[in-house]
Ligand binder design. Structure first.
Ligand code: SAH
Length: 532
């Protein structure tokens, strides 16, 4: 056994020290919504060693990149000074691949559509390096889809052109054949054309396109803060100016734009444009975010707790040093398991040191996580609470049994009290503590103060108390003042009671306490405000 593992280690060493061949991946990130990257793109991001990314390549995709990867922001925001020149980017790419790294060049939309993807690949070919390219959803396609404009339609157009609007208007020789595209193509989509919109529309009219041709301009397509305006070739430049539409935006010209009146599914959703805070402490948060987003809301996800090590490891380390004295170990949360095993490893031990000790998990999910550490729980109660676990334990003979509970520094005492009452000797080993996240709290306060939050949602009493403590207000009056323009949604009466105890005013609460009903009640709440 020992010899084997040494053998494997030395093979591993050989692999890492042998000349590992680097490879570049040119990946299209899609238009901004992280859900719109391809499956292949996502797969590669997960094994990235160096990431070179652009302004438009969805920030949230960075979460997929392994910790410790080198992240290089290549900048390139239209009109703003570039962070790196194209030559520098090419050089960084080639250098890193030569050094044997897996380098991902992540670009907004599709890398080959106004993305200089071709130029970067040419550099790699010149250097004789290995590469792969992965396409992405280009922003023209996303803008059309999310603005309710079918980019082609049998009834009015059978051709579409993607055109750069970035050409300088004073350029004497234009690379765009205005005479041909104005009347020869059905739908025209201009990328990077906001600054030049007056000259683009003038050119199209001058070369024969009907001045009444409808035009849509779509900013931040696919994002919850997308904005579209519609006009025609004569009016759109003024509308864009008046409405303050800035890049990144696309201009779609053609009769297909008329279909938006019928097909505006995205911006027409009931919660579109509403900014709703979801406090992330439980698994339910992701269901809430997904249902709210589906209704068009812009969810601001905030973790209201952050996990820190306990102030002292003394009690836990003593327990770990004398594990064999315990008859039982009880795991009451997923965090307790991860942090207990982390500490166990740190002390040079592993699951073999738990040999002979009975193990209980508070519920199925916790038991499944234990399996990942090679441990099959001896006891899992059917009801997933401290009381449920205490009840299941009371069937055991506990008199004079030593029971270890690794858990958060502060936790409910019900389990240890019940076990002690049955004659057990309970040792609590703090393996982590919940701390209000200071930075998140400051960010959230600022968002609320600036009027950027329409609603805060609470799915349990603890989300209310954690939210209040992260805001770091000195009293209820200050809290009420901060939240005076923010609607509060709660899942049920217990949560409502806690919110009321802080002086909050509840805007909506569903009749039955499920996330789906809560979202319905939120939709109704905003609908009432609009029509009332
Ligand atoms: N390779 C990219 C385009 C890069 S050029 C693609 O395939 O989409 C940059 C221009 O793309 C911007 O100036 C803007 O016109 C457009 N663009 C990119 N993302 C956009 C978005 N989410 N919404 C609207 N326009 C976008």
């Amino acid at each position: 056994m020992q010899a084997n593992s040494q053998l494997i280690l030395s093979i591993d060493n050989n692999v890492t020290t042998s000349t590992k061949k680097g490879k570049a991946y040119l990946i299209g990130a899609g238009p901004g919504d992280p859900g719109l990257i391809t499956v292949r793109g996502q797969e590669i991001l997960k094994k990235t060693e160096v990431l070179i990314y652009d302004y438009l390549a969805g920030e949230r995709l960075l979460d997929l990149v392994p910790e410790g990867a080198e992240l290089i922001y290549a900048g390139k925001m239209g009109g703003v000074k570039h962070t790196h020149t194209q030559e520098e980017i090419n050089e960084m790419l080639v250098d890193r691949v030569r050094a044997g790294k897996i380098v991902v060049r992540l670009k907004g939309g599709d890398p080959f559509i106004f993305g200089r993807g071709g130029e970067e690949l040419e550099e790699l070919v010149k250097a004789g390096l290995d590469y792969e390219a992965v396409p992405g959803v280009t922003s023209a396609s996303a803008a059309a889809t999310f603005a309710g404009v079918p980019i082609t339609h049998r009834d009015c157009t059978s051709s579409v052109a993607f055109i750069t609007g970035h050409e300088r208007p004073d350029k004497n020789e234009t690379a765009i054949a205005w005479d041909k595209i104005s009347t020869g193509v059905g739908t025209l989509v201009f990328y990077m054309g906001i600054k030049n919109l007056p000259s683009i529309t003038a050119n199209l009219i001058k070369h024969g396109r009907d001045p009444k041709t409808p035009v849509a301009v779509v900013r931040w397509a696919s994002m919850p803060f997308q904005r579209s305006v519609v006009g025609n070739l004569e009016t759109i430049a003024d509308i864009v100016k008046e409405e303050g539409i800035k890049p990144p935006a696309l201009t779609i010209v053609g009769d297909v734009v008329n279909y938006r009146k019928k097909l505006d599914w995205y911006e027409g959703r009931p919660l579109f444009g509403k900014r709703i805070v979801v406090t992330r402490t439980r698994e339910q948060a992701s269901e809430l975010v997904s249902l709210l987003s589906e209704n068009g809301a812009y969810c601001l996800e905030h973790a209201t707790i952050s996990i820190h090590p306990p102030d002292s490891w003394q009690k836990t380390d003593e327990a770990i040093a004398n594990l064999q004295q315990f008859d039982w170990i009880l795991f009451t949360s997923i965090n307790a398991i991860h942090h207990f095993f982390k500490r166990l490893r740190k002390k040079g031990r592993d699951c073999r040191d738990l040999h002979g000790i009975a193990i209980a998990a508070i519920g199925r999910v916790t038991a499944d996580i234990l399996l990942e550490y090679g441990i099959s729980a001896d006891l899992v109660p059917t009801s997933f609470t401290g009381e449920g676990l205490a009840a299941a334990m009371s069937d055991q003979e506990l008199a004079n049994k030593k029971i270890l509970i690794p858990r958060a520094l502060k936790a409910r005492k019900v389990l240890e009290e019940k076990l002690s009452a049955s004659g057990g000797h309970v040792v609590i080993a703090p393996v982590y503590q919940n701390v209000p996240p200071v930075y998140e709290g400051t960010v959230l306060r600022e968002e609320i103060k600036k009027g950027e939050v329409d609603m805060v949602t609470f799915t349990s009493s603890s989300t209310v108390t954690n939210f209040v403590s992260m805001l770091n207000v000195s009293n209820n009056e200050e809290l009420q003042d901060l939240l005076k323009d923010v609607k509060i949604a709660v899942i049920g009466p217990v949560t409502a009671k806690t919110a009321l105890s802080f002086g909050m005013t509840i805007a909506t609460q569903p009749e039955s306490f499920t996330i789906a009903d809560m979202v319905d009640s939120i939709v109704d709440c905003f609908r009432t405000v609009v029509s009332g």
